[in-house]
Write a protein that binds this ligand. Structure first.
Ligand code: G3H
Ligand code: 13P
Ligand code: ZN
Length: 330
């Protein structure tokens, strides 16, 4: 058993309370390797932002859970070495069952998500409650989910989104004791969040997605005043990065994300955690493809991973400053 406290990590409790009060959102960035972790920490130290390091089941499979946990431990020391101590959470993203949540709680995670959103309501309640009861014994915070996002949630593919029903949220939160609630208001996982048919096109022919359902968010906020709300699937899919990828041998078609202004609006509400993974993937891939195309003789991974890491860092810094409002909140 390794407590996150021994690793210098924190849970989400104070972080979320301050974010809801201050009208900003904490970035939850997924990481699977060293370069992503370095970019996240560098960006958050340079912008003085609290951060949630997010690990999916896929990341644990890819990189090994023990290594990722020790990287998070290293991240705490690394941030100090860079000259500014920021609060860091290590969070399990989309925990599918009690067992994976328990394993993470027992092994240094300070926060877990139990994603029971695809189960019938009562099963979601029972599963989430079970995780909360175990997590709270160890001072670990828990995120639950109500409503289903379109796109891919780890191994679960939801073709259509089902918006969160505001009439369920009070019952869910009081029965389960969760510390935060992920909701579905029109965000979606991945780089193709909407089909072209769901979008309109602007004057330049760029796809414009349907707006987020702020009316549902408002209703939820009325039912749960000040309660921490989480948005998944919140990458903006920057078109300049998509263009670089496609100009350098990539084939991304109809990639579209959530406009930054809408995420800025959401950050000012009870939304206090915004999950971003795909934008990091796009930034890394764009930088690597460009570097490879321009430098065909390079074969040292450091040559192409350095610009990829730099580009990632810039994307994260811009998000903290301009979108989430988390800069200078650490
Ligand atoms: O919501 C899913 C995250 O983007 C993690 O994706 O399961 O491919 O690691 P992954
Ligand atoms: P994106 O695919 O929009 O980056 O969402 C990531 C996410 O929700 C991780 O849980
Ligand atoms: Zn997600």
């Amino acid at each position: 058993m390794t407590s996150y406290k021994e690793l210098g990590l924190v849970n989400t409790k104070d972080m979320f309370a301050k974010a809801v009060e201050g009208g900003y959102a904490i970035p939850a960035y997924n990481f699977n390797n060293m370069e992503q972790m370095q970019a996240i920490i560098q960006a958050c130290v340079e912008t003085k932002s609290p951060v949630i390091l997010q690990v999916s089941a896929g990341a644990r499979k890819y990189a090994n859970g023990t290594l990722l946990r020790n990287m998070a431990k290293g991240a705490v020391e690394y941030a100090k070495e860079l000259g500014y101590e920021i609060p860091i959470v290590l969070h399990l993203d989309h925990g599918a069952d009690f067992e994976i949540c328990k394993e993470c709680i027992d092994n240094g995670f300070s926060s877990v998500m139990i994603d029971g959103s695809h189960h019938p309501y009562e099963e979601n309640v029972a599963l989430t409650k079970k995780v909360v009861e175990y997590a709270h014994q160890h001072d670990v915070t828990v995120e639950g989910e109500l409503g289903v996002l379109a796109g891919i949630e780890d191994d679960v593919v939801a073709e259509k989104s089902t918006y969160t029903q505001p009439e369920e949220v009070i019952d869910f939160v009081s029965k389960t004791g969760v510390d935060s609630l992920a909701i579905s208001i029109g965000t979606s996982h991945g780089a193709n969040k909407f089909t072209p048919e769901q979008c309109t096109r602007n004057a330049e022919g760029i796809l414009v997605p349907p707006p987020l359902r702020f009316d549902i968010l408002e209703e939820i906020e009325k039912k749960l005043p000040g309660f921490p709300i989480v948005l998944h699937g919140s990458s903006s899919v920057p078109q300049d990065q998509v263009k670089i990828i496609n100009e350098n041998g990539g084939a991304l078609k109809d990639a579209v994300g959530i406009p930054e202004e809408q995420l800025r609006t959401a950050s000012k509400s009870a939304v206090c955690k915004i999950n971003i993974d795909s934008d990091g993937r796009l930034a890394m891939t764009a930088a690597i493809r460009k570097h490879m195309a321009e430098n065909p003789s390079h074969f040292d991974p450091r040559q192409y991973l350095s610009p990829a890491r730099e580009s990632l860092k810039e994307i994260y810094k811009a998000k903290n400053i301009n979108v989430l409002g988390s800069a200078n909140q650490a």
